[in-house]
Design a protein around this ligand. Structure first.
Ligand code: BJ8
Length: 423
């Protein structure tokens, strides 16, 4: 990586502490990713993006800001990227997946809280995440209690705007979400000084749909009998989708898909056809959280799908592109986003149906339900999901974990026993 110290220093980062983070990442990445054999060539782009994770993209954000543009941080797949793009701003997903930020998060938050929430706050207050430091506005949302209250804490360190996401899916909730989208549009127009026109929003809707289609194409390739890409590589692509330049990401992901489709034709797999096929469901896996995929694939299985917000919940269902009026487009956005089945909703029957459908579509032999520690909504929802999967005859195991490595030995034993049972 080139020398970005001046840039980081201008962003007000703690350089000494940041050095420690930079030292740890290559080792972690090497041990999880570079040890894989027979990876698709197209993964070289994503390797490069990781090697420059705090460099090149930050420089691009800086150039955009110097030209008068704004950067907006988000934490949830409910915040419509289309509006951020239509306002001429750059959106970056800020969910933290590193144990490195937990200690700082715990300085201002209770310890018995979801690691994702602690990492988000820790990343900001430690001054070690250049993405956070580049943001002109952080957009939160009322999803789980942990996130919602953490935004109040974050507000002490940066400008925060919170979208009020309904927790049920009645007609009036769709209407309410539409109103929230209108209000967010006005906030972004105020921040950037740019008016969001029908034309700009229409192009942004098309761009985001094209990105969704590229991710769906990647996932479709994983349905093949000889899975052409490992689950952890596919996870990395999804994680990078949250902060890479969208046009470049679409181009590179489609290139990767060309290669994967060719590998399928030639019978080149990332794992043996006899490897158990696993679907993961549960809480999101923010970069660099590769823990469960690594454990599962090290144990001889292959992950073929993720029903998570760093998986299908991010890209399934497109926004209707036929609308031409602002009212029509905002309604189309509200409809698409309200169809995401997050456990923050009650009831959430749609998620059970999604999980059973996806497990069948991807030919999963078993499902690993991954729950981040202290995430109550996903934890409680396991009961119904387990019942639905049992009725469909699909084996499932519940795993609760955090970002540390303390439980890896124990988890490995449980995963191996589960895979043995599948055989
Ligand atoms: S749409 S999953 S991105 S809220 S894991 S912080 S729920 S305690 S991340 Fe999420 Fe949006 Fe829902 Fe997706 Fe809270 Fe649970 Fe932690 Fe979570």
């Amino acid at each position: 990586m080139a020398d970005y110290r001046e840039l980081w220093s201008n962003l007000g980062m703690d350089l000494e502490k940041h050095d420690l983070l930079c030292e740890a990442l290559p080792q972690l990445f090497g041990g999880v990713y570079l040890i894989q054999e027979n990876r698709p060539e197209g993964m070289n782009y994503y390797n490069f993006v990781v090697s420059e994770v705090h460099g090149l993209r930050i420089k691009e954000l800086d150039d955009h800001k110097k030209a008068g543009g704004k950067v907006v941080g988000t934490f949830c797949v409910f915040v419509p990227d289309e509006l951020i793009l239509a306002a001429g701003a750059i959106g970056v997903g800020l969910c933290g997946g590193s144990q490195f930020w937990i200690e700082d998060g715990e300085k201002v938050l209770p310890r018995n809280l979801c690691p994702l929430v602690k990492a988000i706050v820790g990343a900001k207050i430690s001054g070690t995440c250049p993405y956070f430091q580049s943001c002109d506005l952080l957009t939160g949302e009322t999803t789980c209690d942990g996130k919602k209250k953490a935004y109040e804490v974050l507000g002490e360190y940066a400008p925060v705007y919170v979208m009020d996401l309904p927790q049920m899916k009645r007609d009036k909730d769709y209407k309410k979400w539409e109103e929230e989208i209108y209000e967010y549009k006005a906030v972004l127009e105020g921040l950037t000084g740019n008016k969001i026109t029908e034309e700009k929003l229409g192009s942004a809707i098309k761009l985001c749909n094209t990105k969704r289609a590229a991710l769906q194409r990647l996932y479709n390739a994983r349905k093949a009998l000889n899975v052409p890409i490992s689950g952890k590589d596919a996870l990395l692509v999804s994680q990078i989708a949250f902060y890479d330049n969208p046009e470049r990401f679409i181009e590179m992901t489609n290139k990767l898909c060309d290669e994967l489709e060719d590998r399928i034709k030639k019978g080149i797999g990332a794992a043996s056809e006899k490897s158990p096929r696993i679907m993961i469901t549960g809480t999101p896996m923010a970069i660099p959280n590769w823990k469960m995929h690594h454990l599962i694939e090290e144990s001889g299985a292959v992950v073929v799908c993720e029903e998570t917000c760093t998986g299908t919940r991010y890209f399934e269902n497109e926004v209707d592109e036929t609308q031409t009026t602002m009212e029509g487009m905002i309604k189309a956005l509200a409809d698409r986003y309200m169809n995401i089945n997050c456990a923050c909703f009650t009831p959430n029957k749609g998620r059970e149906e999604d999980i059973v459908r996806l497990a069948k579509e991807y030919g999963a032999d078993g499902v690993v339900y991954c729950n981040l520690q202290f995430c109550h909504t996903y934890n409680i929802e396991y009961r119904q999901v387990e019942k639905a999967l049992k009725e469909a005859g699909i084996p499932v195991i519940f795993i609760e974990t955090d970002y540390s490595n303390d439980d890896t030995g124990q988890l490995k034993t449980r995963i191996e026993a589960f895979l043995e049972m599948l055989k």
